[in-house]
Design a protein around this ligand. Structure first.
Ligand SMILES: *Cc1c(COP(=O)(O)O)cnc(C)c1O
Length: 461
């Protein structure tokens, strides 16, 4: 299985190389040269399997010779062993023909654990063979950083540095990053906002001398291995509801378009998904793009669903690549226009996107009202991101079962949930002592030189 760049000029890579590279050298994103298709029989045979067994069968065709079968099975088993639910991704019914897919039973209580826990294991295995050591550096507004730290803590061939904006992440998110005590974990509080952190990371990747010296690697949501891990739960959910005999639709609370793109891959692999509904909060660039063809960022407005507060949705580039008939030059042109302000999607490409994707947006007031109403009518307490999904999904209910992805545990966003329901959601038992554990972090100014010096010192490289 080979991987090609959405901008058409970077080298073709194996699964292992694409996973370790993250971003392509031409600025594009890696996608499979051809997406493997599962037969109806193969999809039907997933019924009744454990999450891990299903994951093996679904991901195996994508990894080529990178891992042997027994090794890959063992890595998958290790990745999901720390989840707090035997089903890993259980379904809960909230209304006639409307279901929640609970993706928050991992160690940091958000769906990002599904991908991060797996790539922690895959990195470790791939690097262990070659004796290579890498330095993972990432910027986070909260969920990605905690998931990455949890996945890479204590692993031998990896140092992990996570930059977060000082004072601008929730207390649960901060403590999930600052309480792991392993020496290879470095939580860095940056004087500035999320954009400051992201710019520093970008600058480090563009400093080639530094990049090579410390073996910089990226695990942000454009990493293909992360998308792949997320394909699995679309299959397990749809098969539980009767696929391949019955079609199923999904609504996905969306920011960087990574999670919903995994649904698109599942559909391309032959899973009978009727529609994929993009749900955005008031930062609705994707809803505007899919309804009007206009992709113009207009500034992030902070919301109560902060993990979806984005201006530029990186993984959307992968969907555009297919919508433009896999024309890398056309995608590169759009991205150049984006740098200069924005672009419009051609009529043909828009029609292609709309064969799969619908979209909707929920305001702040609608999000809060949805948390309150769902609690009153079903007893379920949901996080604000999930509430955006539920609200948008309600506009698309019909004969086809709808699954809304519940992307985080309500206890991760207790203030918004308490405002809506009057109840303060508690952390699950297994992490109830989070507020007693000692914290450890390093504060840095917005200064690239100082940060690089710190990373060199800590890694001894
Ligand atoms: C990251 C995240 C999202 C958005 O997912 P994308 O893959 O970036 O679209 C939604 N909800 C929560 C809780 C998240 O952490």
């Amino acid at each position: 299985m080979n991987y090609i760049s959405t901008r058409g000029t970077a080298p073709v890579l194996s699964f292992e190389e694409a996973m370790l590279a993250g971003l392509a050298r031409d600025g594009g994103l890696y996608v499979p040269e051809a997406v493997p298709v599962l037969s109806r029989g193969e999809i039907a045979a997933l019924a009744g399997l454990s999450y891990e067994d299903a994951a093996f069968r679904i991901m195996r065709p994508f990894i080529g010779a990178t891992f042997g079968d027994a090794e890959f099975r063992a890595l998958i088993a290790k990745a999901y062993a720390g989840f707090g639910h035997a089903a890993r991704a259980p379904l809960v019914q909230i209304a006639p023909n409307h279901f929640l897919l609970e993706l928050f039973h991992g160690p940091t209580l958000a769906f990002k654990d599904f991908a991060m826990q797996l790539i922690g294991q895959l990195f470790q295995a791939a690097l262990g063979r070659s004796g290579r050591r890498v330095t993972i550096v990432g910027a986070t507004s909260g969920d990605t950083g905690s998931a990455a730290i949890e996945a890479f803590r204590g692993l031998d061939n990896v140092d992990v540095f996570i930059l977060f904006p000082k004072g601008r992440v929730s207390e649960v998110q901060r403590r999930q990053m600052t309480t792991p005590s392993e020496a290879n974990v470095h939580a860095i509080a940056v004087e500035g906002d999320f954009d400051t952190c992201q710019a520093l990371v970008k600058d480090m990747f563009n400093d080639f001398a530094f990049r090579d010296a410390v073996g910089l690697a990226g695990v942000n949501s454009i990493n293909w291995a992360r998308v792949l891990a997320q394909v699995v739960y679309y299959f397990t959910a749809a098969v539980s509801l009767g696929a391949p005999e019955r079609r199923v639709s999904f609504t996905v609370p969306t920011g960087n378009f990574g999670d919903i793109f995994a649904g698109y891959i599942a559909r391309t692999m032959g899973l009978p998904i009727d529609r994929l509904v993009v749900a955005t909060n008031q930062n609705d660039i994707l809803h505007r793009a899919l309804s009007r063809g206009d992709y113009t960022p207009d500034g992030v407005k902070p919301s109560i669903s902060p993990s979806m507060d984005i201006q530029v949705s990186s993984n959307f580039e992968r969907a555009l690549f297919d919508a433009y008939g896999r024309d890398g030059a056309a995608v590169a042109q759009l991205m150049a226009e984006l740098k200069a302000g924005g672009f419009s999607i051609s009529q043909g490409a828009l029609e292609k996107l709309r064969e799969t994707f619908l979209s909707g947006r929920a305001s702040e007031a609608e999000t809060e009202a949805t948390i309150r109403r769902l609690h009153q009518t079903t007893g379920e307490v949901i996080c604000p991101h999930t509430a955006v999904g539920v609200k948008v999904a309600e506009g698309h209910l019909g004969a086809v079962p709808m699954v809304t992805l519940a992307t985080a545990h309500p206890a991760k966003f207790p203030d918004a949930v308490e405002r809506a329901t009057g109840l303060r959601p508690g952390l699950p038992e297994r992490m109830a002592d989070l507020f007693e554990r000692p914290e450890r972090m390093t504060e840095v100014a917005n200064d690239l030189g100082a940060l690089e010096a710190l990373i060199r010192e800590r890694t001894g490289r």
